[in-house]
Design a protein around this ligand. Structure first.
Ligand code: SF4
Ligand code: SF4
Length: 126
């Protein structure tokens, strides 16, 4: 799944994350994000498409639940459907975003990559 940094999940989903970034995911250093629209304390940025996670590059990031966040998909080049929805509501161009950020794919309106393989029997993109 490709994250397009819309920021939605880091405000609207509960997750167990380290409180103090320096200590990492030790039992006595864990908090639960509010998940009620308030942002996770580690979220940086204010613009959909430009959010980032302050602890994303920490060596322990793969140990916290955020690392496992994904969606049902066959193709790892599918764009996050939540992010697709956020971009569509804001009128932001997902394919333009992908191009600007170096992804060599084009996706349809639900985030599936459009390739020869993804065309249905009638030739329509699915
Ligand atoms: S695109 Fe998906 S994974 Fe990325 S911030 Fe938005 S909701 Fe979260
Ligand atoms: S730790 Fe990072 S990825 Fe996880 S909710 Fe907070 S900002 Fe989002």
């Amino acid at each position: 799944m490709i994250c397009i940094r819309c920021g939605w999940c880091c405000k609207n989903m509960m997750a167990v994350v380290p409180d103090n970034p320096r200590w990492g995911p030790m039992e006595e250093n864990l908090i639960v994000t509010p998940g009620d629209g308030q942002r996770c304390k580690h979220l940086r940025g204010d613009i959909p498409g430009e959010y980032s996670c302050f602890i994303h590059n920490r060596e322990y990031y793969h140990e916290i639940p955020c690392h496992e966040f994904g969606q049902i998909e066959n193709d790892p080049n599918s764009v996050c459907r939540i992010g697709m929805g956020v971009f569509q509501q804001l009128g932001k161009d997902v394919n333009g975003y992908l191009q600007e950020h170096g992804f060599e794919i084009v996706v349809n309106e639900i985030g599936f990559p459009i390739t020869e393989d993804s065309k249905g029997f009638d030739g329509a993109s699915v």
